[in-house]
Design a protein around this ligand. Sequence first.
Ligand code: ADP
Length: 544
Amino acid sequence: MQGLMMTQALTIGSLMAHAQRLHPHQQIVSVTADHGVFRYAYRDCFARSARLANALARLGMDRGDRVATLAWNDHRHMELYYAVSCSGGICHTVNPRLFPEQIRWILDHAEARLLFIDAMFLPLVEKLAPALQHIEHIVVMSGAQAMPATALPNVLCYETLLEEADAHFDWPTLDADDAAALCYTSGTTGNPKGVLYSHRALLLHAYACTMPDVMNLARHDVVLPVVPMFHVNAWGVPYAAILVGAKLVLPGPKMGDGETLAGLMDDEGVTLALGVPTVWQGLLEYLRKSSRKLRTLRRTIVGGSACPLSMMQAFEREQNVWVHHAWGMTELSPLGTFNAPPPGYDALPEDEQARLRASQGRPVFGIELKIVDDDNTQLPWDGKAFGALKVRGPWVCSGYYRETDNTASHDADGWFDTGDVASIDADGYMTITDRTKDVIKSGGEWISSIALENIALSHPGVRAAAVIGVQHKKWDERPLLLIVPGEPAPTRDAMLAHFEGRVAKWWIPDDVVFVDELPLTATGKISKLTLRQRYADHALPGDG
Ligand code: ADP
């Protein structure tokens, strides 16, 4: 027997309609290249989205068409998120930090017909344009006065399009399973892969994000996503914040700059900010140098790569800001696990508190986790056994866009192989040991690069650290530590001595290399791939 309940579709349009009705006056603040700080209310945002939807229709956007963006976090990008998805298109965010050839490949693969760009990306697009096979119009997200000159024939001005468009748009009724957004993984090996989000997945993900033991989002929050809108929908914040009616602060192009961030946080009363560890490291260094205390920030959510425990502790001690560790992936919309302290946390011994803090947290309802060995046999949740991490859930991709064979990523039961190695404790706290390709295999045993990096970063003379495996005649691979030293810089011997008593002797790195900076990927994570290539021939002491 079926239940007798209504079946209104879970769509982004329903979210927009709710917010328009319930939170029309809530603010969106945006830093744009051509405007400085711009602020308006939700209702203005959605009114402009309606105009934009008319403009998209005029430019020929049909249902299911991909509308690509190369843009930072600002209000116009927000308008596109809603105008495109709610009118039946697919908002296809592209990461402008990728190599131009990858951007071209992605745009061609997605067969995007319209491309919306920040003015600063026009030189890049001018170079790519002759090779782009499907793009019909390029829209520069700027006002008419700030439009850059270009020789390209098919370039339009965003604000002019909006001015000329009708204010009323009849939003269509869409199916919850219709595609709403598209984002490609960075593709560190091979070509990038497209993850095609449905309305239902994005909406359920937004619900999940707001829960108290997750982002705990409320109407009184002021949320600053420092994670780009071109990377997994800014971790779902443009939907979750709108769902609860929180004030949204979009930081524009200068997201990596500590001073800009601190200024925005204080000026706008930001209570929650989200981003990858490198962003927070930069902010922390700026705050220390300027002896500045953040006035309103109380929580940050850090994910994308392992957040060092030392950084979490520093934020808490120096700024009274609690750092929540979270884990996710493009393929998971992105949230998989979230770290909130368990009841009784304050009474736990310090080392147990530290173990819990460093963990990536517990699965959010909706996400099922399991760890398996090489034979796909489930491993126990005992906090010790570690294996390949697999996930299932309504906001996990069931396959890649335009990929017919998904057997490499999905097993016969539909579990998605994350490519991460993890352990899970009896209470469900999951700890990532490594990405499968980053784990160091020494004499048939595994060494966790993340665990070693955490220890290196707890040394006061280390600003940034990475551990990679390099070839070794006897042990196959041994760990090599790379550090960006602070002041005073530690000696090599002092650095290695710092590991003693903190890990098994055979885990201690064989050598230390001092560098000025570590290479980053297009999503702001330390690029282990680049490091492995760079240090492939590094001669380890004693490996003659
Ligand atoms: P890419 O890094 O290729 O751009 P994603 O952003 O989807 O793509 O990266 C997902 C990966 O990032 C995960 O599989 C995991 O290896 C890593 N990751 C994400 N969050 C964390 C975290 N909190 N701790 C450790 N690793 C993380």
